[in-house]
Write a protein that binds this ligand. Structure first.
Ligand SMILES: Nc1nc2c(c(=O)[nH]1)N[C@H]1C(S)=C(S)[C@@H](COP(=O)(O)OP(=O)(O)OC[C@H]3O[C@@H](n4cnc5c(=O)[nH]c(N)nc54)[C@H](O)[C@@H]3O)O[C@H]1N2
Ligand SMILES: Nc1nc2c(c(=O)[nH]1)N[C@H]1C(S)=C(S)[C@@H](COP(=O)(O)OP(=O)(O)OC[C@H]3O[C@@H](n4cnc5c(=O)[nH]c(N)nc54)[C@H](O)[C@@H]3O)O[C@H]1N2
Ligand SMILES: [Mo]
Length: 708
């Protein structure tokens, strides 16, 4: 991507696609319009301080002095863990690294986690468990081009990663794109006309589906036993665990016909170049780690990982979704994907930081329990947020807002006044992507340079400067560089010998490689040329073998829905239905919408949340296309217009999570998490849906909205 001044003058720069192996010059709609935000009148350019209830402009010195004195007071009264940090997967590697160091060294708190917990944690946990390493794709994305069979589970790449589509072309041409999604998404549509198959299981039943596929592979003699013998451990237990999942039972649980299940298993085994890929649709569940594990198990019994031209991977989300999870924003982690509980890892990183290893805190808590501690006795009294909009994107939004309001100090660094920033005591205006130097790591573990394309507006500061300034005010030990190249050099040293080893890399080397068209994939220890493909000879566990981890579906207690929700508050005769809510994304909006809801072209295309439901379901409710419906449960209620579509199951309603106020879907989701990864259940929530127009006609719609 390059940035050039826009002659039309509507935006300060124009974004142009550049030929790049991962995106082939393609950019999604958000990319083409992202420059608009650089000059947005809503861009923050001065610090804000809350005074008598309202935010007012303040000088940097006043804002930083206020933060430092509050942090000191809270720490002295309640100890370092009363201060917490919440990071983001959109931060550059340099910022993510320095934020983790700041939490451990300057604040001395164990309580740091980040929004990648909502995103990549289940896939990461499954990868670590099976392979001993977590890199989204253990191969360059262009390897997919030669595949003739791709099983894509719970990922709507047509809307969420348009540049990836070209890499699916080979599998489509071979009739081998199999998309698993309870909705007929834009991506599922790509399987039409002989390009593949769309499997439409009941939401949250992918684990059973995958057990069923593994069952057929074993029962029909399709497994690669030489591979299993040489490269894996745990096959006997795995075989026993899939034995009870015969196809008829799987059909009953998932709705996928026996014939389709068999045909899919045979296609995967027969393929010349087969890949299995997962996305958030299967990972954002309370059994997301086990579901991703079942996908890996299926890949292993087929002998795919590490075999040339085949493999398993997960499709990373945010701009730096991969790098953001490697350098210390995670509660249990130090730079280089090191473990904060491991004495050798602690000693190695403490040596680079010039501090006593014993001064480093231990593991903290993952994002959802961290948010649950806000303002609680013995919990968190001050929170610093960098690169997340948790009011909109965290589960159980009412509880998140209540926690943020109960804090003594909320500091949000952002470039717009997000819903979270609007609740802050201090808001710090920061530089954004086109205005700073740094690096990102792509889903294929490829470290790329982000170049500064234009100067930041006067008044804003980079987060590296903010962290260094606060560290000085807090009299923290160690060095606090503000030059991204120097921060990267320190990160590289701290990662040396770790799993995500960047020690052979520097900004200068990356720039030279970029000019020469050479890609740098980690691990990249000093003296190496990096690692485009992992697993060719060994997996990352000490014995070199992958682990087959047997998994089983757990009983889901269907959530009790309080009686008043089911119609009593609506007029007599109003119909209501219990449906499963699934949430996800639209092409036009990004995440919590903090950025894209401020871009005119995108809000014009998708101004409001719409509830996708099947026409037959709508007919039972007496709802026509465009009618407002109330979607509710004991945590909250959302009002959205119905969008009737045959692309969804009868028992399911879909809402995007990009919207706010009474359209914020996370008012409904629960703060329940996967026990292994800490991932919240975003993709399966029981809700009651009713028409919003009651006996009083339109008037009741307005009443609903005002209350919300
Ligand atoms: N336009 C756009 N692009 C984005 C983003 C954005 O906000 N907007 N966000 C980026 C980020 S951070 C991420 S993580 C990625 C996410 O990218 P995706 O994983 O593609 O995103 P989602 O829309 O959350 O979910 C994908 C699909 O999962 C399906 N799904 C829901 N429940 C289930 C289930 O139980 N089983 C199965 N098999 N499928 C299910 C949904 O119907 C949906 O079509 O996108 C990235 N790209
Ligand atoms: N119901 C439901 N909820 C979900 C999901 C879902 O599928 N369904 N998906 C989840 C997923 S996968 C994700 S990744 C999360 C994302 O959720 P969020 O964390 O809310 O993501 P964003 O909207 O990107 O928010 C990032 C904020 O940081 C700001 N920002 C961007 N870059 C920087 C930077 O460099 N520095 C600073 N200081 N600020 C910056 C942006 O302006 C924005 O306000 O949402 C999760 N929530
Ligand atoms: Mo994400």
């Amino acid at each position: 991507m390059t940035l050039t001044p826009d002659p039309a003058g509507s935006a300060p720069v124009r974004v142009e696609g550049r030929t790049f192996p991962t995106n082939r010059g393609g950019l999604c709609k958000k990319g083409w319009t992202s420059a608009a935000l650089l000059a947005s009148p809503e861009r923050l350019t001065t610090p804000l301080i809350r005074d008598a209830g309202a935010l007012r402009p303040a000088s940097w010195d006043e804002a930083l002095a206020r933060i430092a004195s509050s942090l000191r007071a809270i720490r002295e009264a309640d100890g370092p863990d009363a201060v917490a940090v919440f990071g983001g997967g959109g931060l550059t590697n340099e910022k993510a690294y320095l934020l983790g160091k700041f939490a451990r060294v300057a604040l001395g708190t164990s309580r740091i986690d980040y929004n990648g917990r909502f995103c990549m944690s289940s896939a990461a946990a499954a990868g670590n468990r099976a392979f001993g390493i977590d890199r989204g794709l253990p191969f360059p994305v262009s390897d997919l081009d030669d595949a003739d069979t791709i099983l894509l589970l719970g990922s709507n790449v047509a809307a969420t990663m348009p540049p990836l589509l070209s890499h699916l072309a080979g599998a489509r041409a071979a009739g081998g794109l199999v998309v698993v999604d309870p909705r007929r998404s834009q991506t599922a549509e790509l399987t039409a006309d002989g390009a593949g198959a769309h499997l439409q299981p009941a939401p949250g039943t992918d684990l059973v589906l995958l057990l069923g596929l593994a069952h057929v592979v074993l029962a029909d003699g399709l497994a690669d036993h030489d591979y299993l013998d040489e490269r894996t451990v745990g096959f006997d237990a795995l075989r026993r665990s899939v034995a009870p999942w015969w196809p008829e039972r799987v059909q009953a649980a998932t709705g996928i016909p026996v014939g389709v299940l068999r045909a899919t298993a045979h296609r995967l085994a027969r393929g010349h170049g087969t890949y299995i890929l997962t996305g958030r649709g299967v990972e954002q569940h309370i059994d997301g780690t086990d579901t991703a594990t079942a996908a890996i198990n299926l890949a292993l019994v087929l002998g795919l990982p590490g075999r040339p031209g085949s493999g398993y991977g997960t499709l990373t989300g945010q701009g730096n979704g991969q790098g953001g999870r490697e350098h210390g924003q995670k509660s249990d982690q130090l730079p280089g994907y090191r473990k904060i509980a491991d004495p050798a890892d602690r000693a190695a990183v403490a040596a680079v930081w010039g501090v006593d290893p014993d001064s480093l805190p231990g593991p903290g808590v993952p994002a959802v329990p961290l948010l649950g501690m806000l303002g609680r006795p013995g919990g968190v009294r001050a929170l610093l947020v960098h690169g997340a909009n948790v009011v909109v994107s965290g589960p159980d939004a009412h509880a998140v807002m209540a926690g943020l309001r109960a804090l003594d100090l909320l500091v949000v660094s952002d470039f717009v006044l997000s819903e979270t920033a609007a609740l802050a005591d201090v808001v710090l205006p920061v530089t954004q992507w086109a205005e700073e130097e740094g690096t990102l790591t792509t889903l294929e573990g490829r470290v790329i340079r982000r170049r500064r394309a234009l100067p930041p507006p006067p008044g804003v500061r980079s987060e590296l400067e903010i962290l260094a300034d606060l560290a000085a005010r807090l009299e923290a030990p160690s060095e606090w560089p503000t030059d991204p190249a120097i921060v990267f050099a320190e990160l590289a040293r701290a990662s040396a010998g770790g799993i995500a080893d960047y020690s052979g890399l520097s900004h200068a080397l990356l720039d030279a490689q970029l000019a020469a068209g050479v890609a740098a994939h980690w691990p990249y220890p000093a003296g190496s040329d990096g690692t485009p493909r992992l697993f060719a000879e060994r997996f990352a566990h000490s014995d070199g073998r992958a682990r087959l981890v047997p998994v089983q579906p757990r009983e889901h207690e269907p959530e009790a829905l309080d009686e008043p929700l089911c119609g009593a508050t609506m007029g007599a005769g109003t119909r209501s239905m219990l449906l499963t809510l699934i949430t996800g994304r639209l092409l036009e909006h990004y995440q919590s919408g903090a950025q894209t809801r401020r871009v005119g072209e995108l809000t014009e295309a998708q101004p409001r949340a719409r509830a996708e439901m099947h026409p037959a379901t709508a007919a039972r409710l007496g709802v026509a296309d465009g009618d407002p419906v109330v979607v509710r449960n004991r945590r909250g209620r959302v009002v959205a217009d119905a969008l009737l579509t045959e692309r969804i199951r009868l028992d399911t309603v879909f809402l995007p999570f990009h919207f706010t106020n009474e359209e914020c879907v996370n008012l409904l989701t629960a703060a329940v998490t996967d026990p292994v990864s800490g991932m919240p259940e975003f993709k399966r929530t029981m809700v009651v849906v009713t028409p919003a127009v009651g006996e009083n006609g339109a008037a009741s719609v307005n009443a609903e909205r005002v209350q919300a």
